[in-house]
Design a protein around this ligand. Structure first.
Ligand code: NI
Length: 256
């Protein structure tokens, strides 16, 4: 039986795919990619993700406001996200979180407030969340602890082994992408070796973070097997076993 790969975090709505989006998406199943989740970054992008998911059997959508884009957040956005979340093929709230990396990002207190509101919505709708945490580990964990009934995944996990263990204990998942294949990746390999296999997922974050040896190119899900190979190497498993386990985990996590 051909293997089935689940890319749990991608952005096929991105302009980088404007020239050939349909062609890329059409060919993914030939590369074993049978499911991909589109992470929403703005209200418009979340709606566009749903439309794309309705047009392509392999795609599912997450809806939400990325911390970089929360500067003009208004309470009515939450009402809109609630409505979008009812649509067919919407499987999560995301990507939401905190991003302290770029100094020009919205103020930290606003990012935190928007994250809290979206976590509360996920709790109300009983949907999992996709978390973006860049250089904001302590504050993100503090807010996650305020919502013990919410389950989610830290995408492109960049925290410590200790943080990974706490998230696993709380029932959360971790996902890894091309960043884990980079030469300067230190913490990710350590974490990948200790996290229970049933809590790991793989992703591209396409069009970003293309795995080695294609770093710098536009990323798409045909490269996600390289992430599975990296995890396989670190855990002394076969790539096929990693693809199978992360496929099962993705289906369970997103309720597909
Ligand atoms: Ni993303």
């Amino acid at each position: 039986m051909p293997h089935a790969i689940f890319d749990t975090h991608s952005h096929y709505t991105d302009d980088a795919f404007a020239p050939d989006r349909e062609e890329v998406l059409r060919t993914l199943p030939e590369h074993g990619v049978v499911h991909a989740v589109l992470a929403g970054t703005t209200m418009e992008d979340s709606a566009a993700g749903i439309a794309l998911a309705h047009a392509h059997e392999i795609l599912y959508a997450a809806v939400g406001i990325h911390p970089e884009n929360c500067g003009d957040f208004r309470p009515e956005h939450l009402t809109e996200i609630r409505a979008l979340a009812q649509e067919d093929k919407v499987v999560a709230i995301g990507e939401i979180g905190l991003d302290y990396y770029w100094p020009e990002n919205p103020p930290r207190d606003l990012q935190q407030q928007v994250l809290r509101q979206q976590l509360a919505l996920a709790q109300e709708l009983q949907l999992p969340v996709i978390i973006h945490d860049r250089d904001a580990h302590a504050d993100t964990m503090d807010i996650v602890r305020e919502f013990p009934r919410v389950r989610g995944v830290f995408h492109c996990f960049a925290g410590s082994v200790e943080m990974a263990r706490e998230l696993v204990d709380r029932g959360w998942y971790l996902s890894f992408n091309g960043a884990a294949t980079f030469k300067n990746a230190r913490k990710a390999p350590e974490v990948i070796q200790v996290v229970p296999m049933e809590r790991l997922m793989i992703e591209t974050d396409a069009p970003y973070l293309t795995p080695v040896p294609y770093r710098g190119r536009r990323n798409d899900s045909t490269y996600v097997h390289l992430v599975a190979e990296r995890i396989a190497q670190l855990r002394d498993m076969t790539p096929a076993a990693v693809e199978q386990a992360t496929w099962d985990n993705g289906k369970r996590f997103f309720g597909i």
